[in-house]
Design a protein around this ligand. Structure first.
Ligand SMILES: [Zn+2]
Length: 62
């Protein structure tokens, strides 16, 4: 199942859509993998581990 990854911006203190779609199994297998994400909230680039991602599959379900 492909899911959209959301991350928590520490500056805006808000969840945002990363625009990254990834297989949920891959996310779970590679939890320590670092990804760079352009943040739409504070306009900076954050680095997160996949473990920090919130998986959002609601868009797929609806
Ligand atoms: Zn941010």
């Amino acid at each position: 199942m492909t899911v959209a990854l959301k991350f928590f911006c520490p500056t805006a203190r808000q969840l945002f859509e990363s625009g990254i779609w990834m297989d949920a199994e891959t996310v779970n297998r590679q939890r320590l993998k670092l990804v760079s994400v352009d943040c739409p909230l504070c306009k900076r680039t954050h680095r997160f581990m996949l473990a920090d991602a919130r998986l959002d599959d609601e868009d797929v379900a609806s």
